[in-house]
Structures are given as C-alpha cells and as structure tokens.
Design a protein around this ligand. Structure first.
Ligand SMILES: Cc1cc2nc3c(=O)[nH]c(=O)nc-3n(C[C@H](O)[C@H](O)[C@H](O)COP(=O)(O)OP(=O)(O)OC[C@H]3O[C@@H](n4cnc5c(N)ncnc54)[C@H](O)[C@@H]3O)c2cc1C
Length: 501
C-alpha cells in the first residue's frame, strides 16, 4: 500500500460543488498538491441553489472570505429561516426559524415549559419566543450576537445568493490560489485494469488529464461515479415523490424579506427566494400527479412581480449514490445524490462532504477503512435529512388533494416514526451525534405540522404557574423590544453589502 502523498486532484465540473471543492483544497493544501478543474461552458451548470443554511458561514469563515464583499458580488441577502404555508393545513403558516426558541431554565429545554403553559392557556404561539422568527416577519435584520440581560442568543442567519455568481466568486478565489481551470467536455474516462481506479479523463479533441484523486462534480449525471464506475443509486422517491421543478426569476414586488418562503400547493410546493436584484421562484412537483404544462401554469399564476425569463424545467430523482466515495473518486453535489430544496440542504451537503474529505484525506494507497467510514458518515447524514423532509409531507391534515392524502398514508422510515412517537408522548427531542437539524428545528416543524405532545418533562412542574407565566412573558417582551430596535432588512443590505449597479 503506497504511503506516497496525493500529488494531483482532478475536479470534473465547475458548478457550486466543483468550485467549493477547489477553493478548500487550494487553501488547505497550498503548495502540497496540484488542483485542476475541468468544466464545460457548453454544458453549463444547474443554475439554481440560492438558499443556504447558517452552516454556510463556517465554510466562508474557514476560507477567510469577507462577508460583505461576497454578498455584494453574489447579490446576496440575509436569511433568518424558512416560512412554510399550507403544509399542515390550508391557511396554516409557521416558520422553521434558525436559532433557539426561548431559553433553557435550569437544565430543561424551553419547550417543556411552553407545552405546560399551553396546556393551562398561558402560552402564546411558540414562535413568539423566537427572536429569528419575530425579526423575520417584521422584515428586520442586523448582525446581533446576543441579547444582553436575558441570556438569549442573537440572530442566527444564512444567505440567499445567486448560485452562478457564488460559483464565479469561488472560481476567482481558487484561481488566485493556483487552481488550474480547463475548459472542455469530458468524453471518456480511463479505468485501470488492475484496481479499477480512474487513471485519466479525456476531453473532446483528445487531451488526456491524469490524476491521483478525482472529484466528480458533474451534476445529476455523475459522469465519473456512475457512468464510469457504476456505483449505483438508492432511490427515495417512494417517500419523496417530487421529481421535477420549474424555476423562473421575477422582479421584486414588495419588501425584500429576510427568509425563504415554501408554500405547499396541490402536488408539491413553491419556493420564493429574495435576492438583491431579483426573486428566485420555483415549483417543485411530482410528475405522477401533475403534467409539466400544468406545473408551469401553476407557477406563473402564483408568482408575484414581472417574470424576467422563461420558466426552466429541471428533472431529478431523490436519493443518493450507494457510495459517495468509490475507489479514487469522490462525488460531491448533485453527482452524490439529491433531495429537494425544501430545507436548503444541498449546498450544506457539499460543504460537509468536503470537510469529511479533508478529515479522511487519502494517500496514494487509498485505505479502504477510511473510504468506508466516509461513506458511512455521509449515508447517516443524508438519511437524517431525508427523514426531516419526509416529516413535512407526512404530518399533514390536508384532504384537498390526493397528493397530500397519499403522503399522510404512506408509512415513514422507522427512525422517523421513533422520533415522532417520542415527541408525541412527552415532548422529548434528541439531536443525535452531529446530525444537521437541531432540537429547535425538529420542534418547530413538528409543532408547525400539527404534532402536539400530550405531556412534558416532569421537571417543568418545578415552577408554579405564576413563575412560569412571568418567565414566558419576559422572554416574549424582550424579543419584541429587541426586534423593534433592529433596522429594516432592505436598508441593512443597502448599507452593508449593496451590489454594484
Ligand atoms: C430545483 C432545484 C433547486 C435547488 N435549490 C437549492 C437551494 O435553494 N439551496 C441549496 O443548497 N441547493 C439547492 N439546489 C441544489 C444546488 O443547485 C446544487 O447542490 C448546487 O448547485 C451544486 O450543483 P453541482 O455543482 O453539483 O452541479 P451543476 O451546477 O450541475 O454543475 C455541473 C458541472 O459539471 C460540468 N460538467 C458536466 N458534464 C461535464 C462533462 N462531460 N465535461 C466537463 N464538464 C462537465 C458542467 O459544465 C458544470 O460545470 C437545488 C437544486 C435543484 C434541482
């Protein structure tokens, strides 16, 4: 087994995934290896992927990226959460707001006190105790690390940005650190006879590019991981049957909101993502329930503001590669698998794929035990996100369309069943290991979708009703007063990170 270091990494694909990988490798392995990225302007990128989650800031922070500069270059805005309308029932709205709900009292999570207060008619809506949600619906934003005097965390935020401009920004970053970009279309992949490893890719015109480690960022097709290595795909469309999206940008018509909107429709849902220069919109739907033409007209009927382009159709299959890392090829981004953008998780999965690759970075000998561990951890992460998405669909009380009735009646994965049962009994929620979604995230989606526990933790009975009422009211009052002092989101963006005209 060779202990020689990896000398050359070849990234095929220059969408968000390819350039994120190039940026990290060029920064962390400066002077230690060569990174070459091949992309084809003729093929282009998927061109969507505009909403992120707060972990993106770990990525940009790690690379030392200046936030205001990046947001200006990508026409970015701030995001405090995702507002879900018509999911549990028609006319219901709730938010998955980032950050905490209320605060712990003693060792006990806030929501146990809230559940008890609710049972005795003392509690307001759960979201009145969320700083993020209160600021979001008031269209306000500022950098705010904490709320003094109440031991409350501050605003936890992510970004909305133009995906193509984000890839362009990272390209500049990577090229300044020595990444070589090669324009061209890969038409052949050479596999070694002895070990089945990828030896080289060949471009149209015959140029052959060899390397030690190949990163497949070629999008849904998975040119290396699937076409060449035949890794296989685990299909999750039984649980998540949406397999298409139509996307269209519109001009702004109304306030620049600091949150993503996800509105449930008859056979899927519609996203709305406000950027500085336009709004991204899309309709995600299941083709077994609705035709493409109908989906386009539903989208156009529901968007606000003038459309700026023709609607674009995207097809996908929800699921994951059976192996994210196969031999000397690691798949990132759409090449590794896909789950619909309901919780804006795809860019995050690229990020964790890259950080895991750093953790298990191989030598030329490629230890199988490292590869297996990488695959095990990616699988676990993908499955927990999958379950969280299924929860949005399954826990609904809608009877107005067959799509929603079918989602409710379909059995869910065992692990999700266990979680919802545990919550239903006494409001218990546990975040396991390094899973993405926090207790506050599960709480909001469960309550928002209409899952309300019968009980609460006995420790919540430690304080009497008077103390409990004062505790809840004080949090609500401080949050409302804090939000009142925040500037409007649009004004803040203009001052902090306005895009050039
Ligand atoms: C409808 C929809 C909405 C989404 N919304 C979000 C969201 O809000 N938030 C989020 O986090 N994610 C979202 N995503 C996912 C997000 O778009 C992707 O994770 C992200 O853009 C990464 O894409 P990629 O780089 O893997 O692939 P792509 O952008 O498709 O890039 C593929 C690259 O491979 C190159 N390539 C392909 N074949 C060849 C070849 N033969 N030779 C050379 N080069 C080749 C292409 O030129 C391109 O550069 C969404 C996805 C979809 C489908």
């Amino acid at each position: 087994m060779s202990r020689d270091p990896i000398r050359k990494v070849v990234i095929v694909g220059g969408g968000t995934a390819g350039w994120m990988a190039a940026a990290v490798l060029s920064e962390f392995f400066k002077g230690m290896l060569t990174v070459e990225l091949i992309e084809s302007d003729d093929i282009g990128t998927v061109g969507v992927g505009e909403a992120t989650i707060p972990q993106i800031r770990l990525f940009t922070g790690l690379l030392g990226i200046d936030e205001a500069e990046m947001l200006s270059a990508t026409r970015g805005t701030f995001k405090l959460g995702i507002q879900f309308s018509d999911w549990g029932r028609l006319d219901d709205t709730y938010m998955h707001a980032f950050g905490a709900i209320g605060r712990k009292l003693g060792s006990l999570d806030f929501h146990h006190y809230w559940l008890k207060a609710r049972a005795v008619g003392q509690a307001s809506s759960l979201w009145k105790y969320s700083l993020n949600e209160t600021a979001a619906v008031a269209n306000r934003f500022s950098h705010l690390d904490n709320v003094p005097d109440m031991h409350l965390g501050g605003l936890v935020y992510a970004y909305h940005f133009d995906a193509a401009l984000f890839a362009k920004y990272l390209r500049g970053y990577s090229e300044r650190r020595g990444v070589r970009r090669r324009e061209g279309k890969v038409v052949d992949v050479a596999i070694g006879k002895e070990n089945g490893f990828i030896e080289a890719v060949t471009l149209e015109g015959g140029k052959r590019v060899g390397g030690d480690l190949f990163i497949d960022c070629t999008g849904f097709r998975g040119l290396l991981i699937e076409d060449a290595l035949e890794t296989g795909y685990e299909d999750w469309s039984l649980w998540l049957p949406c397999d298409r999206a139509v996307a269209v940008p519109t001009a702004h018509s109304g306030p620049m909101r600091p949150y993503t909107t996800a509105r449930a429709l008859d056979c899927g849902w519609q996203w709305r993502i406000p950027l500085q220069h336009r709004v991204g919109n899309g309709h995600v739907y299941a083709s077994q329930y609705m035709s493409d033409d109908e989906a386009v007209s539903v989208l156009l009927d529901n968007v606000q503001g003038e459309t700026l382009d023709e609607p674009r159709l995207l097809k996908f299959k929800t699921g994951r590669r059976k192996k994210f890392w196969n031999r000397n090829c690691v798949a990132l981004g759409l090449a590794s698998g896909f789950m619909e953008p309901l919780e804006s998780t795809s860019i995050h999965l690229i990020q964790t794929g890259i950080s895991r690759l750093l953790e298990y970075f191989p030598r030329k000998g490629f230890e199988q035990v490292d590869i297996d561990e990488y695959n095990r951890r990616c699988t676990w992460e993908f499955e927990r996100i999958r379950d969280f998405l299924i929860l949005h669909y399954h826990a609904n009380q809608r009877d107005d369309s067959q799509f929603w009735i079918d989602r409710r009646e379909l059995p869910v994965p065992t692990e999700l069943h266990r979680r919802t049962d545990l919550f239903l009994a006494n409001g218990r929620i546990h975040r396991e290991f390094d899973e993405l979604f926090t207790e506050a995230a599960w709480l909001q989606v469960m309550v928002g979708q209409g899952i309300l526990p019968a009980g609460w933790h006995p420790l919540a009975d430690r304080i009497d009703e008077g103390q409990m009422g004062r505790f809840l009211t004080s949090i609500q009052t401080i949050i409302a007063a804090t939000v009142d002092k925040l500037p409007g989101h649009e004004d803040y963006v203009k001052k902090y990170c306005a895009a050039p005209d």
